[in-house]
Design a protein around this ligand. Structure first.
Ligand SMILES: *Cc1c(COP(=O)(O)O)cnc(C)c1O
Length: 364
């Protein structure tokens, strides 16, 4: 055994400050009770028709590197969105895109404005690049405070993230709200519209992301195959942006990051729009059922536009954890954010009924 040298390599100081990502827990096994994982906003449906076959065919060529240019996936996405392929950048999930965006546009000490509470990956991605987060509190009803976010933009702000629908609280930004916000953001600031749940939005004034991107050279949309398309395990997402931004994202991407299996599965999934929409409609119906049931029990649940609902527990960390423990006893795993609330994914029909039963018992 060698002695430990006195001087070890040390990572950059910002790396030591990266907050830990808390993944959704697997359910505790309960004999005689089917368990449900409602802690990671996963799609309860299996991959869409034809996807397993396409993925399996790609598996036969695992001795080869994937198409580094993801040529066929770019073509399929371009056709689906009606944008030229130079407006696209695919990546290892939309979380991968976030890292690329912050890394490409922020020097250490530059600022990223985002709402809070919002997606847990934001503070981690920022810290990884040495950027500084300017977290702007949500409004009491779980919506972004876009006025305060515009006010928070300063000399050093390079990126603003708008998470719509907001994970974990649920409300979506409207087109009118986004337009008013963009009118206040300097064009030198990149506005990332995180549309991970765009397929689930059923609001009166939904955002037309592609049209918004076309109208604003500083807007980039991030989307994913992880949620509506049910491919969370394969890690594939994409950005839609002006060619300069899309090219920047491709330059800083991990070479061969999106596997051939992921590319094949994403292409096959895009071809199944009708089946995808039917499943999302079913989940939206379950979401409405959950929302109505929880509100009838007296829970102040905010508008839910993603594939999850939010039970607020502001300033009550013990109650947050008590709810999660009660759910676990009933065989469902939810995501507690102590002192803020509990996020519950819209999963299997039976799982939704169990959520309602647990929530009723908790209030009673
Ligand atoms: C789930 C989620 C993503 C998607 O992440 P992937 O890396 O594509 O799996 C992105 N943004 C938000 C807000 C999410 O909740």
């Amino acid at each position: 055994m060698s002695d430990t040298p006195a001087d070890l390599p040390t990572p950059r100081s910002n790396v030591l400050a990266i907050p830990a990502y808390v993944p959704g827990k697997p359910p505790t096994a309960r004999p005689g009770l089917t368990s449900y994982k409602l802690s990671s906003n996963e799609n309860p449906f299996p991959p869409l028709p034809g996807v397993l076959e396409a993925a399996t065919a790609a598996v036969a060529h695992l001795n080869r590197y994937p198409d580094m240019g993801s040529t066929d996936l770019y073509a399929a996405l371009g056709a689906h969105l009606d944008v030229p392929t130079d407006h696209l950048a695919v990546a290892t999930g939309s979380v991968g895109l976030l890292y690329q965006l912050v890394g490409a546009y922020c020097d250490p000490g530059d600022e990223v404005v985002h709402a809070w509470r919002s997606f847990e990956a934001y503070p981690i991605a920022l810290a990884t690049s040495g950027a500084v987060g300017r977290a702007v509190p949500l409004l009491a009803d779980g919506r972004h405070d876009l006025g305060a976010m515009a006010d928070a933009i300063g000399e050093r702000t390079r990126v603003v993230v708008v998470c719509t629908p907001n994970n974990p609280t649920g409300p979506a930004v409207t087109q009118a709200e986004l337009d008013a916000f963009l009118a206040r953001v300097p064009t030198r600031v990149l506005v990332v519209v995180d549309e991970a749940y765009v397929e689930f939005v059923r609001s009166d004034d939904p955002i037309d992301g592609v049209a918004t991107m076309r109208a604003h050279a500083n807007v980039v949309l991030t989307r994913t195959f992880s949620k509506a398309y049910g491919l969370a395990g394969l890690r594939v997402g994409y950005a839609v942006a002006h060619p300069e931004v899309a090219a920047t994202l491709r330059v800083v991407s991990l070479p061969f990051g999106v596997s051939a299996v992921a590319q094949a599965a994403a292409i096959a999934s895009l071809a199944e729009q009708e089946a995808m929409v039917a499943r999302v409609d079913e989940l939206v119906a379950r979401r409405g059922h959950l929302l109505a049931g929880l509100r009838a029990q007296g829970w102040p649940v905010p508008d839910a536009q993603g594939n999850f609902v939010w039970l607020p527990f502001p300033g009550e960390p013990a109650a947050t954890l008590a709810f999660a423990a009660a759910a676990d006893e009933a065989g469902i795993v939810v995501r507690p954010f102590p002192g803020d609330g509990v996020r519950i994914s819209v999963g299997e029909a039976e799982a939704c009924e169990r959520v309602l039963a647990v929530a009723a018992a908790f209030r009673g």
